[in-house]
Design a protein. Structure first.
Length: 129
């Protein structure tokens, strides 16, 4: 049986209670699609979506504004928790050796060396004074 308090909730969100908080997936579903799920199915979907909510210890996300464009950079680091099959699938889906990655690493190395040379030039000028 359904709880009478659930009927008052909007069809676009699951019941927001201690057992089933709202998540991003339910917010994206249409009212018709969300209404087609039973409460048990909603709890199962919420559990599957909310399963991986642990945050990595290193989580750097930034936007780099350039004239006419904006780029984003994300660096995540932490203990590996994915299984072997998932890692293999993601390696095939997101290969490391792509033209964009090679250009990015090359550009990062060039920027690093330019910064290092400038720092050495500044440091040597300060030491001689």
């Amino acid at each position: 049986m359904s709880d009478p308090s659930e009927a008052a909730l909007p069809a676009t969100a699951p019941p927001a209670g201690p057992q089933q908080p709202q998540n991003w997936l339910f917010a994206k579903l249409s009212a018709a699609t969300l209404g087609s799920f039973t409460e048990e199915q909603k709890r199962a979907i919420h559990g599957a979506v909310s399963e991986s909510t642990t945050r990595p210890p290193v989580n750097i996300r930034m936007t780099i504004p350039l004239p006419g464009r904006r780029f984003y950079l994300t660096i995540l680091s932490g203990q590996e928790q994915r299984g072997h099959e998932r890692r293999r699938h993601e390696r095939r889906r997101h290969p490391l050796r792509t033209a964009a990655n090679v250009f990015f690493i090359f550009g990062f190395a060039v920027a690093f060396y330019i910064f290092a040379v400038m720092a050495l030039a500044l440091f040597s000028a300060v030491v001689e004074i």
